[in-house]
Design a protein around this ligand. Structure first.
Ligand SMILES: [Zn+2]
Length: 428
């Protein structure tokens, strides 16, 4: 038992040392627990800026069962593939030589992160098999910034490890003139579809993009792009927007609370409401990153809040957003995901019925689904998750943008931020 543990430690060290960004900010979601024991001391000062999962290292080391089955260095996956359009999960497992029963065990672990459903063309999947052709490890490579690994325990169940690497964020100012639609003008200057939609949705109550813009009007957008080892990951955030229409101009700046305000400190995006329901229901299970699974005895984080809603209870969008996924999962049941800008995401599990489709815009208060008891569940309830920058937080306690107007004190800090952003956008 002891030797097995030591070699696993070595392997963890090797694998993390192999990551190119150990010197960068490394964020840990549902963590490769033993690996984390190595990483925490080196990255403490960096981790403190976020909300890392706290780990009770002693308890983990003394934990005797179950143990990971990986005892040797697995240098090459047995099968790896870049996802292409048309690939299905069961098809990929089949190609990887993994049976359906094992796939279900992986899906069971996936319940905590729901990463398998988010695979897109261009992402990579890797299967490691042991000498007996049993799946030992499965890795999903989403980007240099995000990987998810499932590793088998000796009892046949799988553990999920999510590694999010923060990298560095750089500002980029994009400016241009309207010539034709805003969409085409912005695209020509290097903004992508998601960024353009974000700008349009931010200013939608201030400006009708189809009607109010004239050729020659000027726009300027301050973008914050994520880089890992000098390569842009595709993740970005918008920090400021100005549209100059000659006599008048429209501005939006993102404040430190994640909300957008105009220059006068008035909130642009409508705030979130705390719960996605029309009235309060009893909470049957709270958000708990350290929850112990009653059967396996392992730490199995509860990444959301469960509301004891009877089947058919209306579920509403807690804020404006775009539906990014409506799907079925063996354990999560029927579920819906909504993106609220780049930073916030919400998830609704075990639904009986979805009332929205992928790509649909929803506004705060809109009924998006009916709660239910689908998936692996002991009784009907709504499991609600709130994510900030890809990380699940306690929906009942997280600091989410709920204020509409900055206080006098906040206003001082905001004015300073606007001055700096304007400078970056070449406007002062
Ligand atoms: Zn739950």
């Amino acid at each position: 038992m002891q030797s097995g543990k030591i070699s696993f430690f070595k392997m963890s060290l090797f694998r993390f040392a192999a990551l190119p960004s150990l010197h960068r900010k490394i964020l840990i979601g549902s963590v490769l627990l033993f690996g984390a024991a190595f990483m925490l001391p080196q990255n403490q000062q960096l981790l403190s800026q976020r909300i890392p999962v706290e780990l009770d290292i002693d308890a983990l080391i003394s934990q005797s069962t179950p143990t990971p089955v990986i005892n040797t260095l697995l240098d090459k996956p047995r099968f790896e593939k870049v996802i292409v359009k048309g690939d299905t999960l069961s098809g990929l497992f089949e190609q990887g030589g993994v049976d359906q029963q094992t796939m279900y065990r992986v899906l069971e672990a996936d319940l905590n992160v729901l990463a398998l459903d988010t695979l897109q063309p261009g992402n990579e999947i890797q299967f490691w098999l042991d000498e007996a052709d049993k799946l030992e490890k499965l890795t999903l490579y989403f980007s240099a910034a995000r990987q998810v690994t499932y590793s088998r325990f000796d009892d046949g169940s799988f553990n999920v490890n999510e590694v999010n690497i923060e990298g560095i964020w750089r500002n980029r100012s994009v400016a241009g003139e309207i010539n034709g639609s805003f969409y085409l003008s912005a695209q020509k200057m290097g903004l992508n579809a998601a960024q353009i939609q974000r700008v349009e949705s931010l200013l939608k109550e201030k400006l009708n993009f189809a009607r109010d813009l004239r050729a020659g009007d000027k726009f300027s957008v301050l973008i914050n792009d994520q880089y890992i080892d000098g390569v842009a990951t595709g993740s970005s955030d918008i920090l400021g927007v100005t549209i100059d229409r000659g006599r008048s101009s429209i501005n939006a700046y993102q404040f430190t609370d994640g909300n957008f305000y105009d220059e006068q400190g008035r909130s642009l995006a409508r705030a979130f409401q705390r719960i996605p329901l029309q009235r309060n229901y009893r909470i049957s299970s709270r958000f708990n990153p350290h929850r112990h699974h009653p059967v396996t005895g392992r730490t199995s984080p509860h990444n959301g809040t469960d509301f004891a809603t009877p089947i058919g209870t209306k579920v509403i969008a807690p804020g404006d957003g775009i539906v990014s996924l409506v799907t079925d999962h063996r354990f999560a049941g029927k579920y819906v995901v909504i993106e609220h800008g780049n930073k916030y995401r919400t998830r609704y599990l075990h639904l009986s019925k979805s009332l929205v489709h992928k790509g649909q815009r929803v506004s705060r208060g809109q009924v998006i689904a009916l709660s239910g008891n689908t998936g692996r569940i002991t009784g009907p309830h709504l499991h609600y998750e709130f994510h900030i920058n890809g990380r699940a937080v306690d929906p009942m306690k997280a600091k989410i943008p709920m204020a509409n107007q900055l206080s006098k004190k906040q206003m001082g800090a905001f004015e300073q931020l606007v001055r700096v952003r304007k400078m970056m956008m070449g406007q002062v």
